[in-house]
Design a protein around this ligand. Structure first.
Ligand code: GDP
Length: 431
């Protein structure tokens, strides 16, 4: 039995969906521990694309237990739409395989309104959130006024907490943002319908996880976004509202750190970022455009074009440290085919100093940072059909070896295309 955490080592969108889907074959328990429908995992199964925003991608495998952990913030409407769509496509047959934590927070209509209103009001100061109400829902959690799944299914408590919240939220919406207020009855009726449908899935998921672990099953703890969007360690304030590093897998699922056996960091062969914030290796030339087009770098949730740049190993090394990453999964190596030379950022030069494993917390320093690059020879032969390391071109192999050496941890998996089979598996994180 082994429990493995999978997290993004960059700014999210590293291709976690595909890797989690592959690892889910070995695990019997798949848990999401933070975030909400600001994440989107794109999976290609049998040539068919499925995008999941809330439900762990393990649901696509029969007989797996999938958990939405207490660290998540959940929009019930979006979750039900996802359940319905999966059912329509015959991808989710057994309701008893899905569990929602009674402690997970509920995203309410006022969270979404406030999120959008703030981004509009602050213009150039905006964070570039996905506008799904994630941040405001986490704010309410910290302010201890949030509504949890357990409240949603208790009519009396739900009505009372909703009323209390709307008094304040409607004041903010109407008086500060100049918007329309939200009707208590309309929200109550709508959310009561959601509550009835979600009730069978809502439970104490920490206990479910413990039972599975005690029965010797492999567990997979799936993070959303990436390390550098972490609320503490990301490029604050251009970060997400939750902790994305491995430590939060325990807090957000209700298990102890002593139960964890390994941490896989997903690292795209180059870097991308959605929204605002510093990006040291960003490319503004035709190479950046080529990566964006070949890599289809559009957000799964928002459809926004992603900013693209060279692989930044300073970031990745910091991720290895913060999450205790034990192995990397490198994705989208095929996207670099035809680019020559290829650069890897191995340091940040800043005010006479060079950092090799430290991303400054003071954003004002970023304007003076010069990336230190190493140049590697590119390759032109396609690598999509490679299924073992020996099938790769010598240059692409060298790229992986260099990455491994710089990160200081082994590469467990190399993804060379979007399909499940387009993968070189070097070692299982569960063994
Ligand atoms: P996630 O949220 O971390 O899963 O990342 P994305 O939503 O950006 O998903 C990654 C996208 O890249 C999806 O469309 C995948 O099908 C695709 N993808 C994943 N791995 C590879 C790969 O190795 N090569 C290519 N070309 N595409 C990939």
């Amino acid at each position: 039995m082994a429990n493995v955490i999978v997290i993004g080592a960059q700014w999210g969108d590293e291709g976690k969906g595909k890797v989690v889907d592959l690892y889910a074959r070995e695990a019997e328990l798949i848990v999401r521990f933070q975030g909400g429908n600001n994440a989107g995992h794109t999976l290609v199964v049998g040539g068919k694309k499925t995008i999941l925003h809330l439900i762990p991608s393990g649901i696509l495998h029969k007989g797996k237990t999938c958990v939405l952990g207490n660290g998540m913030v959940i929009n019930p409407r979006v979750l039900l739409e996802e359940i319905d769509k999966l059912k329509e496509e015959h991808l989710f047959a057994d309701d008893t395989n899905l569990f929602i934590s009674e402690r997970a927070h509920v995203i309410m209509p006022y969270h979404i309104e406030i999120d959008g209103a703030r981004e509009n009001k602050w213009g150039c100061m905006k964070i570039g959130t996905t506008g799904r109400g994630i941040g405001p829902a986490y704010e309410d959690k910290a302010s201890r006024v949030g509504l949890r799944m357990a409240d949603l299914i208790n009519e009396t408590v739900f009505r009372e907490k909703l009323r209390h919240n709307l008094e304040e939220k409607n004041f903010l919406l109407t008086r500060f943002f100049g918007m329309n207020g939200i009707s208590e009855d309309a929200v109550f009726d709508e959310y009561s319908r959601y509550a009835e449908r979600l009730r069978p899935y809502i439970t104490d998921t920490s206990k479910i996880i413990e039972e599975k672990i005690c029965h010797g099953r492999h567990g997979l703890f799936e993070g959303a976004q990436g390390t550098h969007l972490d609320i503490d360690y990301g490029t604050y304030p251009f970060v997400t509202a939750s902790a994305t590093i491995a430590g939060n897998a325990c807090t957000g699922s209700g298990i102890g750190p002593t139960k964890i056996d390994g941490v896989v960091g997903i690292c795209k062969a180059y870097t991308t970022r959605v929204g605002q914030g510093p990006f040291v290796t960003e490319l503004f030339d035709e190479v950046g455009e080529r990566i964006q087009k070949t890599g289809q770098e559009f957000g799964a949730t928002t459809g926004r074009k992603r900013r693209c740049g060279w692989l930044d190993m300073v970031m990745v090394k910091q991720s290895v440290r913060l999450s205790g990453i034990t192995g990397l999964a490198v994705t989208k190596l095929d996207v670099l085919t035809g680019i020559n030379p290829i650069r890897i950022c191995v340091g940040y030069r800043c005010g006479g100093e060079t950092f090799r494993d430290y991303v400054p917390s003071d954003l004002s320093r970023f304007k003076d940072i010069e990336p230190v690059y190493e140049e590697l020879e590119g390759w032109s032969d396609p690598i999509e059909s490679a299924r073992s390391i020996g099938d790769l071109t010598s240059q692409s192999r060298r790229y992986i070896e260099r990455l491994e050496l710089l990160a200081g941890v082994p590469v467990n998996l190399i993804s060379v295309g979007p399909g499940r089979d387009d993968t070189i598996i070097l070692r299982s994180p569960f063994s």
